[in-house]
Design a protein around this ligand. Structure first.
Ligand SMILES: [Zn+2]
Length: 162
């Protein structure tokens, strides 16, 4: 570990002890170059993500719960378990690689919708209707229309590319 004083990378460990109820390890080190003594801490990488909900309460990211919502939306639709697993995996890893420790249900919902839209229209609309809590039929129709528009644009692009 690099010495904070001289920047030398060689040191010897003088003392190692668990702290914080064994959740972390504290090491006393001495720089071999300038003899400066410093401390380093080692902790287990936190893989858990906290989800901030609409009512501002927080809970640990629950993969099964998210999967449950997606499965409901995909009920009797031609979406395979693998596709659903991939979807949840990709969302989970996006958050993990971005080193985020907290995400909102809003963000999770938006990402799921963006991905479901690519997979299956009906599943997407079902998920969106639960998630967006459409206040009335108009809001629901707006969503349907924007989906339709998106599809038409895609179809046009596909035609152009032919
Ligand atoms: Zn040093």
């Amino acid at each position: 570990m690099r010495c904070p004083v001289c920047g030398c990378c060689q040191d010897k460990v003088l003392d190692t002890r668990p702290i914080d109820e064994e959740r972390s390890i504290r090491r006393r080190r001495e720089c071999l170059n300038c003899q400066h003594r410093f401390t380093s801490y080692e902790t287990v990488e936190r893989g858990s993500i906290t989800v901030c909900k609409r009512d501002n309460s927080r809970e640990a990211f629950d993969r099964d719960k998210l999967m449950g919502g997606i499965k409901k939306a995909c009920l009797k639709r031609p979406v395979t378990d693998d596709q659903m697993n991939d979807l949840v995996d990709s969302i989970e890893s996006e958050f993990k690689t971005s080193m985020r420790v907290e995400v909102s249900t809003l963000e999770i919902g938006e990402r799921v919708m963006a991905k479901l839209r690519e997979i299956d229209d009906v599943a997407y609309i079902r998920f969106a209707s639960v998630y967006r809590e459409f206040p009335d039929a108009d809001a629901f129709m707006d969503e349907l229309n924007s989906l339709k528009q998106l599809k038409e644009e895609k179809a046009k692009k596909a035609l152009k590319n032919k």
